[in-house]
Design a protein around this ligand. Sequence first.
Ligand SMILES: [Zn+2]
Length: 362
Amino acid sequence: MLCVFIDAWNPEYLKYMPFIDSLRKKSRHGYLEVPLGYTGNIASFMTGVWPDKHGIFDLFVPDSHYRKKPKSKWFWGAIRYLQGKRIFFTPPKCPHMGFFKPSLDKSWAQRGCLNHKTIFDVLEENGKSFVLIDWPNYFKNRKGRIFFSKEWRKSYELAIKSKEDFVFVHFLDLELAHEIGIRGRRIKKIASIIDKAVEKLCKKHKNALLFSDHGMDDIQRNIDIWKELRKLDLKYGKDFIYIVGSTTVEFWFKNKEAERKVREFLEWLDYGRVVEQKKFHLKTNSLIFLADYKTCFYPNFFSDKKPKAMHGWNPKEQRTYYVLKNEKAKGKKNAKMVDFFPTIVDLMGLEFRGNVDGKSLV
Ligand SMILES: [Zn+2]
C-alpha cells in the first residue's frame, strides 16, 4: 500500500492536479478534518487516536529548567543525530525557547516514538515490510538514514523504487505558500508536478492513500499579541511561560494569579478564543488561545519573515483533503485523521487488536 502525504494541501489546488482530480471518481474521497495542532496531526495518523490519547499537540513542551539552545540548525541537528534522535528542526531564535524542549525525539518509524502503538508497529507484528520517506529521514523497516534534499524529486526517486508492502512518502513543496501565498504562480506549478509524481506512484499500487496534515489559507489579518502580553504585569519565567505561534498562544502558569490575569486579558480580545480542550480532543497541561480563521499572530517565536499564508486554525473551518484509491469503496465521505489507521489495517488485511478512535473508510 502507498501513502502520499502532501503537506499543506488546500483542496482548491485540485484544479491544478488533473490526475488526482479524476482519480476521485473511482475512489473514496472527501474533506479531511485533522486534529488542532502541529506535530500531533501526524501522530494521530500514525496511531488512529486523537491527541488526548497520544499526548502530542505541539513540537515543544516545557523543559525542567532553562537551557540555552544552539543557534545553528546544522550544529544542533548533528548533536541530535549523535544522540540517536531523528526529529530535526531549525532552533527558534527567540530566547524564551530555552524554557522548552521537543516533545518528540524519534521518527515515526522508530520503535517507541510515542506512548501508543503506531501503524509501523502493527506492520512489523504482521511481518510486513515498510519504507518511510519523510525528509530528512529515510527508514527501511527499522533501519534509518538521512537524506538532504527537501525537494519532491529526491523523495519521489526513493518512493518509486521501493518494493516494500507499505510505502509512506512525504512531499513538502507546497509549504512554499507560507512565503508566496496560495495563489502564487509557483504553487500552481508545484501542484501539477506533485500530481504527475503521484500518478506514476499510484500505477505501482492497488491501494493508495493521498492525504495531508492540514490545509493552507492566505492570512487576512496580522496581530501583535506578543506586544500585548508583554504589557501585562507578569514576569516571563517567574509567573508564566508561553509560546506565541502563528495561530495559537500556549500558556503554562506558575501561579493562580497569573492565570487569572491572562484569562481576563484573553476574554476581551476580539480575534480569537481559549480552546475548549475536550471539544478538540486535546488534553494538555496548558491553556491554548486560538486565533480566528485567517488571523495570524505576527511577530511570533518562529517566523523570521511575515508569512503570506498559514495553517493551524480551527480544523473544522480549515479543512484539507484525501483520496483513497482502493477496490472496496467509492464515493464521497468526509474523513478524520484518525480514520486512516483502521483503513490501512482493513485494506492490508492486518491483524490488530487494540482500540482506535477512528473508523475504517472502506
Ligand atoms: Zn505540514
